[in-house]
Design a protein around this ligand. Sequence first.
Ligand code: B12
Length: 112
Amino acid sequence: MAGTASDAHTWNLVFLELYCGERGHDVVNLGPCVPPELLVDECLRVRPRLVVISTVNGHGLVDGQRAVEALRARPELADTPIVIGGSSPPAPPPTPPPSSTPGRRPCSPTGT
Ligand code: B12
């Protein structure tokens, strides 16, 4: 289990470690800000049944892809299941509906 390279959040990892541990799984929690090279080295050492990557800081798409590519580049880890999850970026604010004020007309370039 690891946070992504740029992600400093830790309670996500604490939660997941407890969640998996309480269900009987042996968990190696590498903590936050884990670069792909470290993740690969630890996976080669531990040979996990599952790699859990957590990302909550909004950079999961880029960081996660790099981590998965690094893991998949090693033949020893090519078949190791990987899950990635966490929080996604906040939704943008809703677009206000077009104004329906009576008599209001769109401006033309000439101001007419
Ligand atoms: C506490 C906090 C911090 C603390 C972290 C302290 C620490 N030691 O962890 C501090 C102040 C350091 C911090 C920093 C930053 N933060 Co912050 N932080 C939070 C906050 C308020 C709570 C996060 C938390 O601890 N939640 C508790 C844990 C248990 O819940 P969780 O993280 O959501 O994890 C759950 C799920 O996501 C899921 N999950 C997580 N991982 C995985 C993996 C799998 C496989 C699965 C299935 C599920 C899963 O399970 C967990 C339990 O339900 C959130 C906002 C919020 N209310 O969520 C923002 C938030 C995560 N932070 C945010 C941001 C932007 C930052 C900063 C970039 C701010 C800045 N400009 O510096 C930095 C990041 C720096 C970095 N390099 O990463 C944003 C991320 C936005 C995004 N996703 O696009 C959030 C969402 C705030 C916001 N609304 O903007 N932060």
